[in-house]
Design a protein around this ligand. Sequence first.
Ligand SMILES: [Zn+2]
Length: 209
Amino acid sequence: MEQTEATPIVPLEAGAGPENPPCPACGEPLFGWIGGKAGLDGPVRRCESCGLAIVGEPGGSEAALRELDSLRLEDTLRIENRGSFACALGGAGWAGLHPGRRHLFTVEAVRRLVAQRDQVVKSARWRPLAGLASTWQTLLNSVTFGHDVALGALRGVPAVRAERPWQRRIDGLASIVLALPALLIAIPVELAGGLCRRGAIVSLKLELF
Ligand SMILES: [Zn+2]
């Protein structure tokens, strides 16, 4: 008779260590996600529990809240959703990886973070057009040398240009030639994301407890 062994269930906490510092939002260990990449201040780790990702060394919840507050637009916070379909599809090519950005938020990560200062997320609304633009850029990033080149040119989004002139010329050409095909793929991806609460751009309203 064949012997089968039960698969041991390991809690996430067991992965904690110097390589896996705690998530500033929920305290679970962070795991490696993306190695060094041009334009980023270090490797990126992510939390398997709330989805928050951090570029370089984590600086605690105050630093995360400070960056979150910098995303305020009038009375809402607008996040590029690290939990979006676009991000899952794009990986290192995800359009939300901007130079200088340290914290990459999900709705759940924001919920956990703001709870630490007695706030709740009152509403989370998908922004379809902004989300579509971001998802489109994510798809273009998979064929360009630079990062966020098209939205950098069209909307002034912080972009990383390719190093060499010939690469920049190819990036410009690819962004034009593939604009429409990328849009035709981005539409169903972002639509599905929005319907599953995993849209690329989300506006959040906060409220005190
Ligand atoms: Zn977390």
